[in-house]
Design a protein around this ligand. Structure first.
Ligand code: NAD
Length: 479
């Protein structure tokens, strides 16, 4: 079935695009065309930003409880489409359905509910006695304005909603630009918004690639940019926002470490590590793809990682037993294969994978791959691969393990694997990162998520995620 959309969701309705150009979407598994949507022009972006600007006047004046009511209706409408959203994402980017059912089907509606509840519970004004004496200051949280939200293809619905839900809760309006590779599920979002009666212009969706993204980021009608994607694109966006003095949050790439301590139970560790390092076929920004193993147990751990990875079911992402699906695109596969080639040529030892699965003649599959004897200066130990490729690196003692974990331009995720969870927390405190897990990691709606260094600026999720959409006003009252 080819999902065809002829119009864009702008100003609360289906808006005829200004150009006849289209974006074609292909299945990561069959390579066949599965969808077609209009390719936005800059004029469509201008219309979306203008609609968001008009809508901001009324939406920002609603009470948090009124906004929460609308968001809960939106959550219900989206929740009733959860199966469709999950399936579309799996078809587009190859995400195993067991993951998309939760991350792309249930979580976006759950996030709307979480931020609706937080909106109800958040005090927007507080009174502080002036420390200078003779007065009081009212400190107000005010919505920042029109938000440009730009999402990548790896978790398209979840990462879009990590921006939309807190923005709406704060009283902001949004123009979303999803990735062209995974644009179809954004049309399901639009259908849910219409059914829920979201006021016109509160959420608008434009399509297109980097050029449309650039136009949106620099648009004079935008007050804040929220971006998730690659570090190079994040740097460009930050430069534009720096010039414009425009608030921006950036959730970028990662190269996180899994520190296996010498007391770790290897059976439990391997079970957890499969998810922590290879969830969504390694196309996960926080994945722990550098496996740090104590020298004393190095060959035992390399064997265990190799056995675990080579046992993971590879196949059709719509099969609930699949753990490794295809990559999102032919380009992404070429990128991952070139890293595998670099790993070989720089002298790392391939212990499993390295090619394409023999039983798949279609789809952008790469075998799950492990390299041992990876040097700290090897390209595969330093750069984000964003595919199912793990490097197992030896360390002499715990101090060196932490030094290796921190020897990265990135600082997004990471994990420690140990029989002593309290000791694991000590390790977590010493790793330079935004998020960390002891004996596994998962995103938690209530906990801020984001990176340091080249992994970005700012946090999403939790109350911190909503704070990013407020500006603060102080009103001084003389006694
Ligand atoms: P990408 O940077 O190529 O594209 C992301 C989005 O930005 C797309 O919608 C794209 O069209 C748009 N875009 C690209 N260049 C732009 C520009 N200069 N100005 C405005 N918009 C632009 O990233 P991708 O390949 O889609 O996603 C993979 C990357 O995203 C990986 O590096 C991954 O680590 C990162 N990621 C980070 C997080 C996080 O939370 N830190 C989460 C998921 C993915």
């Amino acid at each position: 079935m080819v999902h065809t959309h002829a119009a864009l969701f702008i100003d609360g309705a289906w808006h005829a695009p200004t150009s006849r150009d289209v974006i074609e979407v292909h299945s990561a598994t069959t390579e066949e065309k599965i969808g077609q949507v209009p390719d936005s022009t800059t004029a469509d972006v201008d219309a979306a930003v203008a609609a968001a600007g008009r809508a901001f006047r009324d939406w920002s004046a609603t009470t948090p409880a009124e906004r929460a009511d609308v968001m809960e209706r939106f959550a219900a409408a989206l929740g009733s489409r959860a199966e469709l959203s999950a399936r579309l994402v799996s078809e587009q980017n190859g995400m195993p359905i067991a993951i998309s059912t939760v991350a792309e089907g249930q979580a976006p509606a759950g996030l709307l509910g979480y931020y609706a509840a937080l909106a109800r519970a958040t005090e927007l004004e507080e009174r502080r006695p002036a420390l200078a004496g003779n007065g009081t200051t009212i400190v107000r949280k005010e919505p920042i304005g029109v938000v440009a939200a730009i999402a990548p293809w790896n978790y398209p619905g979840l990462l879009a909603m990590m921006k939309i839900a807190p923005a709406l809760a704060a009283g902001c309006t949004v123009v979303l630009k999803p990735s062209p590779e995974t644009v179809l599920d954004a049309f399901v979002l639009a259908e849910a918004a219409i059914e829920a009666g979201l006021p016109a212009g509160v959420l608008n969706i434009v399509t297109g690639g980097p050029e449309i993204g650039k136009h949106l980021v620099a648009h004079p009608g935008v007050d804040k940019v929220a971006f998730t994607g690659s570090t190079p694109a994040g740097r460009q966006i930050a430069e534009t926002c720096g010039r414009l003095l425009r608030p921006v949050s950036l959730e970028l790439g990662g190269k996180s470490a899994a520190v296996i301590l010498d007391d770790a139970d290897l059976t439990a560790t391997m079970q957890g590590l499969a998810t922590a390092s290879l969830i969504n076929t390694g196309q996960t920004c926080y994945a722990s793809t550098r496996i740090l193993a104590p020298q004393s147990r190095y060959s035992e751990i390399l064997d265990a990682v190799t056995a675990m990875v080579s046992s993971l079911p590879v196949g059709d992402p719509l099969d609930p037993n699949t753990f490794i699906g295809p990559l999102v695109s032919a380009d992404q596969r070429a990128r991952v294969e070139s890293y595998i080639e670099t790993g070989r040529s720089e002298g790392a030892k391939l212990t499993t994978g390295g090619g394409r699965p023999a039983d798949r003649d279609r789809g952008w599959f790469v075998e799950p791959t492990v390299f041992g004897e990876v040097g700290l200066d090897h390209t595969i130990a330093r750069e984000e691969i964003f595919g199912p490729v793990l490097s197992v690196i030896p360390y002499a003692d715990e101090d060196q393990a932490i030094a290796i974990a921190n020897d990265s331009e990135f600082g997004l995720g990471g994990t420690v694997w140990t029989a002593d969870a309290a000791h694991g927390i000590d390790v977590a405190r010493r790793v330079e990162t935004g998020s960390f897990g002891v004996n596994n990691y998962t995103l938690d709606f209530g906990a801020p998520f984001g990176g340091i260094k080249a992994s970005g600026i700012g946090r999403e999720l939790g109350p911190e995620g909503m704070a990013a959409y407020f500006t603060t006003k102080s009103i001084f009252l003389t006694d």
